[in-house]
Design a protein. Sequence first.
Length: 218
Amino acid sequence: MFLWTVCNNHIFTNVERVRRNLTDNPRCMICDASDEDVSHALRECVEINAGWLHLVKPDKVLEFFSMDIRAWIYKNLLVPSYFPIQAEDWDLLFGSILWNAWLMRNQHIFNPDGRSRESLISQSYRMRDEARSALSPVVVLLLGLLSVIGVNRLLVGLNKNWEVSFNWVNRQCNSVVDKLVKIAKDLPLPFYRFLDSPTPVLDLLNGDAGVGSSSVSC
Ligand SMILES: [Zn+2]
């Protein structure tokens, strides 16, 4: 789910929040070095940038940091040996890093006293290992992978008797994510794959494209 929202530019970076009239400050609240768009939040901000530089082949760094976000995610998931120095389970590690980068960004802004002392990369390696061994259900991450690369990883987890459930969590004016989670909540497990966007989501996506100059209804 998370990677789907990233691919569709629906995570609420400050640039996106400005577009929706939720704030008037697009700057990154962690480093204040630039506006916080998706690329900055997940590739360029200080901690995530340092992490990527340790993991990506030196001759691929320029390409890694300059690709369009959607193409970048697809490349990392579908050709997992292309960018990393160590390609083993790169798709899982890559998704874990993105997820943890966003969690840590939100912790920094909304609960700075509650931040973990564990580094972003260390947390992500741990999450990857948990997913790999199927000892813990990293369901949100894998549903994100599911929407981009297929169902293989999730099926592995289900075959190992993971406990899978959907919970709807209210998200600030993010009607597309709200609708998608509500739809998923009522679908039969173990999984349901949409070949086309569900009509209610498509309508919201089309409506979302015009958001920006006027007020937003939740
Ligand atoms: Zn930053």
